[in-house]
Ligand binder design. Structure first.
Ligand code: NAD
Length: 498
């Protein structure tokens, strides 16, 4: 069993924290590594390394920064298979899914390669006689990223390529459940020529998080994780004067109108609910069937759920792997039980799922629960497992009301053949990311990702143009030079253009 260390100032560091976390193989249930857990001194060492590196990195030319980003892009692409293997081994997701995650992270690196263009300011010639006005953006300093277990490569990549390209230095605190991928990414940054201290990784739990939130040299915090922690972190970090974007949990509804092709819908909903064992913040966890769509859809989903090939992530035949921990399996199974007790129909029950040869793995089978009502725990709680709840609505308007009454607002989708219905839906829902006949509407890297309501605390979405805005602050210069016709005399009145 190996020990996973921090990465501070350009290399691995054991640190002074004495705590250790367990990293499991979710397919077998075996403890495979231990990970060091940072104390305040380790976090301070990482932040100081980043603060020191900031002095020169923030002054490094855009052209030099872009060169390193291009080199990093090539290295991530070359190591995509290795990264996917590391993700799958600790998270449990199937290899093809892990490869997809790496690809979506890579796309953010590619976006950040265009940093010279993205940081272009504006210029107004002769705003007043002999006076020009222009703007540019500067980095913030040391910025921190705190990330969840479910995308150990992609979610950190929503943050660090953009932050670093903007001239910041970065301290990543990844999930302690699947920490190894972050150290591999750190090695790739170093190989790409990134100076030591620009990208650091501290492993840990809430002790490390609190130390980052309280550290005076951390200028901004990006967080992705569950809503209670997002809310807490936003409160504490903003009280400490930091800029914060904190993306929280989700309950994503897919509305199915009776005019939709139900075979197409069932295939896509099954993939969106059970892919990655439902451990995606954009997973569809609530299907809202409108009018007569309910019964035929329930039948098709039942068939699809039974067809999903469940097995260890490393087996290429598997379509769905285990969930991340024994605790997650227990929580998901308890919620399925609550659905049955509270009067819903469990059409396909994934509790007690066994995979031959992997009896101790953290497997939960695909689950479909019909006739769910909005008061039931399976609806009010984020299950974060392979469980699809079905609800019924009389009309599309009623479905929109249901979505808007839900506290989350991350993603949603509508399945329909009607452009008018889709347009009314996209205008009516209070949700950040919307799919039209697309169940997982994860925006491309050059747009920004983020939800509304309890799915986001702070006002900036992540990556894309909003990511650039989050990791920089603007300056506007009003300038005049002698000999350009500018007025010479001074006046006591408030300056106006002439
Ligand atoms: P989590 O909130 O438990 O953990 C996220 C991070 O916070 C981890 O780094 C963890 O170490 C840290 N943390 C945990 N408890 C803490 C505490 N008490 N104080 C301070 N820090 C703490 O989330 P998770 O279980 O790793 O990930 C799943 C959650 O993330 C789901 O709710 C999912 O919807 C959400 N998520 C959201 C998005 C999005 O874009 N909105 C994307 C991915 C995941």
């Amino acid at each position: 069993m190996s020990t996973i260390e921090h990465w501070i100032g350009g290399g691995p560091v054991t640190g002074s924290g004495t705590g250790r976390g367990s990293v499991f193989d979710p397919a077998t249930g075996a403890r495979q590594h231990e990970v060091v857990l940072a104390d305040e001194r380790d976090v301070d060492a990482a932040v100081r390394a980043a603060a020191q590196a900031y002095e020169s990195w923030s002054q490094t030319s855009l052209s030099r920064r872009a060169t390193i980003l291009f080199a990093f892009r090539e290295l991530v692409a070359a190591h995509a298979g290795e990264l996917a293997g590391v993700i799958s081994a600790e998270h449990g997701k199937v290899l093809s899914d892990a490869a997809g995650e790496v690809q979506r992270g890579l796309e953010v690196v590619e976006f950040a390669c265009g940093i010279a263009h993205l940081l272009k300011g504006s210029y107004t010639d002769q705003a007043s006689t002999g006076v020009d006005v222009y703007s540019f953006r500067e980095p913030l300093g040391v910025v921190a990223g705190i990330t969840p277990f479910n995308f150990p490569v992609m979610v950190p990549m929503w943050m660090h390529p953009v932050a670093i390209a903007c001239g910041n230095t970065f301290v990543l605190k990844p999930s302690e459940r699947d920490p190894s991928a972050s150290n591999l990414v750190a090695r790739l940054w170093r190989e790409a020529g990134l100076p030591d201290g620009v990208f650091n990784v501290v492993h840990g739990d809430r002790v490390a998080v609190d130390a980052l939130l309280d550290h005076p040299r951390v200028a901004a915090v990006s967080f992705v994780g569950s809503t209670p922690i997002a809310r807490y972190l936003h409160g504490r970090a903003t009280a400490n004067g930091k800029r914060v974007q904190a993306l929280g949990g989700a309950k994503n509804h897919a509305v199915v109108l009776p005019d939709a092709d139900l075979e197409f819908v069932a295939g896509h909903l099954s993939a969106a609910a059970f892919g990655s064992a439902g451990e995606r913040c954009m997973a569809v966890s609530a299907a809202v069937a409108v009018g007569g769509a309910g019964d035929p859809l329930a039948e098709l989903l039942t068939r699809r759920a039974a067809e999903v090939v469940v097995g260890p992530g490393r087996d290429p035949k598997s379509e769905m792997g285990p969930v991340v921990t024994a605790a997650a399996k227990q929580r998901i199974e308890a919620l399925i039980g609550s659905g049955a007790r509270q009067g819903a129909d469990v059409l396909v029950d994934g509790r007690g799922y066994r995979v031959a040869g992997y009896e101790d793995g953290f497997f939960v089978g695909p689950t479909v629960i019909d006739h769910v009502r909005s008061s039931m725990d399976v609806y009010t709680q984020e299950i974060f497992g392979p469980v699809l709840s079905m609800l019924r609505a009389g009309t599309a308007e009623e479905a929109i009301e249901m979505i808007n009454a839900n506290p989350y607002g991350n993603g949603t989708a509508i399945f329909t053949a009607s452009g008018a219905a889709a347009r009314a839906f996209q205008r009516g829902v209070r949700v950040g990311m919307i799919g039209v006949n697309v169940p997982l509407p994860v925006p491309m890297a050059y747009y920004s990702f983020g939800g509304w309501k309890d799915s986001l605390f702070g006002e900036r979405h992540i990556h894309g143009p909003e990511g650039i805005a989050f990791y920089t602050r603007g300056k506007v210069v009003t300038s005049r030079w002698p000999g350009t016709g500018a007025a010479h005399g001074a006046s006591m009145h408030f300056p106006t253009a002439s």
